[in-house]
Design a binder for this molecule. Structure first.
Ligand code: IMP
Length: 427
C-alpha cells in the first residue's frame, strides 16, 4: 500500500511519534499535514530521545524526504530551533521541505492565543498558547502570511503592514496590551526566510511525483480525531482537521490516492486541556496510569487526564476516518491492573446511548457504562509475537477490535522501536 495516513484516534498523544518513526524506516516520504507546534511527538531511537513539534518524525530515516505540508501552520523560530537541535545531534536534515502555501505563526498569534484564553476565564479551552488557533483563524479570514511571502521581501512587508495595523488596534484597544513593532517582526522574519528559502517549495508537486513513481508515502497526523473542529468535542477542539480527510487537504492530494488509513488508539484514553472526557478517572487508578506511563504533555508539560478506553468515542473515530487498520499503543501500561474497564455505552439522563453526542455540554453529562475484563498482571514489554501475549491481553485486544470495528495490525508494548508486535504487516 503506497500511501498511508497515520491518524490519532482519540484526543492526541496516542503514541503516533513512535509508530511513524518505526514505519518511516520503509517510507520514501513523510508529510505532516495539520496543526503546528502545538503537536508534540516523543521519538526514542538509536540516535537518542527527541521531542519533535514541527519536523516530521521521518527526519530520522536515512532515505525518507520529510515534508511540512500546506495544512500546517509554521512558527519559523520554533522550526529553526528544532532543525538546529537535530543537526547538532548529527541528524541529516538535507531532505527536508516546507510547502510554499503553509501559513506562518506570527508573534501576534501567540500573544492573542494567551489573551483570548485568559479572557475565557473558567471556560478556557486549555490551548497550548502557541498561537495555533489565531493563525488558522487568520487563514480563514484571508489575513494570513505564508511561507511563500517570506521569499519576496516587498510582498512580505506590504502584507505585514496591512495585517499588523489591525492586530495592533486589537491588542491595544481591546486587550490593553502593547503594540508590536512592524520593523522588528519584518527583520526577524526576513532572517528566517533567508535561512528557510532552500527548503520552501511546492510540496504537493513533490508528492504527486512520488505517488506516480509508486513511492511509499506516509501522511503524519497531529493531535487526534476527537479534537477535530467539526467532529471533535467542539469548542474544546483544535483549529485544523486531524482527520484522514484533513490529510488530503493538508498535503494537496485527492482522497482516491490514499490507500490505507491507520488509526492509532491508546490502550486507555488521555486528554490534555479542557473539555469533556467521559471515562476520565479522577482517582488512584487515573493517577497510577499517569505515573506509570508518564502522561505529561510533550509540548506544555501539563499532566494528561487519564481514563479507561472509551469505545463509543473510538467507534465514532473509526466512522469519521474510515480506518482500514488500527494500532494499539501502550498496552504494557495496563500490565499491573487486576481488572480493566472498557466504556461500551453512555448513560444520558437515565437512558443508555451508544452514540457520541455533538454537544460538549451533552457529552459532559454522559456517564460511562463499563464492561469489565480481567487483567493479565504480568509484564509484556519483551513479547514480540502476538500468540505469546497472555490470554487476557489477547481477549482485551479482541474486544477492542470488535468495538472499534477495525482490525488491529500492530500492538506497541514499550517506547522503543523493537517493543512492537506486528499481527500483520502495515505496508
Ligand atoms: P490548540 O491546538 O493549542 O489551540 O489547543 C486546543 C486543544 O487541543 C487544547 O485542549 C490542547 O490541549 C489540545 N491539543 C493541541 N495539540 C495537542 C496535541 O498535540 N496533543 C494533545 N492535545 C493537543
Amino acid at each position: 500500500m503506497p500511501v498511508i495516513a497515520i491518524i490519532g484516534a482519540h484526543w492526541g498523544d496516542e503514541g503516533k511519534g513512535k509508530i511513524v518513526d518505526l514505519l518511516a524506516e520503509q517510507a520514501d516520504m513523510v508529510m505532516r499535514f495539520s496543526g503546528g507546534d502545538n503537536a508534540g511527538h516523543t521519538v526514542v531511537n538509536q540516535q537518542g530521545e527527541f521531542a519533535l513539534h514541527l519536523v516530521p518524525s521521518g527526519i530520522f530515516s536515512p532515505k525518507a524526504t520529510s515534508v511540512i505540508g500546506n495544512g500546517v501552520v509554521v512558527n519559523p523560530r520554533v522550526l529553526l530551533d528544532e532543525l538546529g537541535a537535530l543537526k547538532q545531534r548529527g541528524v541529516d536534515v538535507s531532505r527536508f521541505f516546507i510547502s510554499d502555501r503553509a501559513h506562518l505563526v506570527m508573534p501576534y498569534h501567540i500573544l492573542l492565543d494567551g489573551l483570548e484564553e485568559d479572557a475565557r476565564g473558567g471556560k478556557a479551552i486549555g490551548t497550548t498558547r502557541k498561537g495555533i488557533g489565531p493563525a488558522f483563524a487568520d487563514k480563514a479570514s484571508r489575513l494570513g502570511l505564508r511561507t511563500s511571502d517570506l521569499l519576496d521581501k516587498d510582498v512580505f512587508r506590504e502584507r505585514l503592514h496591512a495585517v499588523l495595523t489591525g492586530k495592533n488596534t486589537l491588542l491595544t484597544k481591546v486587550y490593553n496590551a502593547d503594540p508590536l513593532s512592524e520593523d522588528e517582526i519584518f527583520s526577524e522574519y526576513c532572517r528566517y526566510g533567508e535561512i528557510l528559502a532552500p527548503h520552501i517549495c511546492d510540496t504537493s508537486a513533490l508528492l504527486e511525483k512520488a505517488v506516480d513513481d509508486g513511492k511509499k508515502i506516509m501522511l503524519e497526523g497531529a493531535q487526534g480525531a476527537l479534537l477535530d473542529p467539526d467532529f471533535g468535542t467542539y469548542p474544546y477542539a483544535t483549529s485544523s482537521s486531524p482527520l484522514a480527510g484533513g490529510g488530503c487537504l493538508g498535503v494537496g492530494l485527492g482522497p482516491t490516492r490514499i490507500d490505507d488509513v491507520l488509526g492509532i488508539f491508546k490502550a486507555y484514553c488521555t486528554r490534555v486541556g479542557g473539555g469533556p472526557m467521559p471515562t476520565e478517572l479522577q482517582d488512584e487508578i487515573g493517577g497510577c496510569i499517569r505515573e506509570l506511563a508518564h502522561e505529561y504533555g510533550t509540548t506544555t508539560g501539563r499532566p494528561r487526564r487519564c481514563g479507561w478506553f472509551d469505545a463509543v468515542a473510538s467507534r465514532f473515530s473509526t466512522r469519521v476516518n474510515s480506518y482500514t487498520q488500527a494500532i494499539v499503543t501502550r498496552l504494557d501500561v495496563l500490565d499491573t491492573m487486576p481488572a480493566l474497564k472498557i466504556c461500551t455505552a453512555y448513560e444520558l439522563n437515565g437512558e443508555k446511548i451508544d452514540y457520541f453526542p455533538a454537544s460538549a455540554v451533552t457529552l459532559e453529562k454522559c456517564q460511562p457504562i463499563y464492561e469489565e475484563l480481567p487483567g493479565w498482571q504480568t509484564p509484556i514489554s519483551d513479547i514480540r509475537d502476538f500468540a505469546q501475549l497472555p490470554l487476557q491481553a489477547r481477549q482485551y485486544l479482541s474486544r477492542l477490535e470488535e468495538l472499534i470495528a477495525c482490525p488491529i495490525s500492530v500492538i506497541s508494548v514499550g517506547m522503543r522501536r523493537e517493543q512492537t508486535i506486528f499481527k500483520s504487516p502495515v505496508w
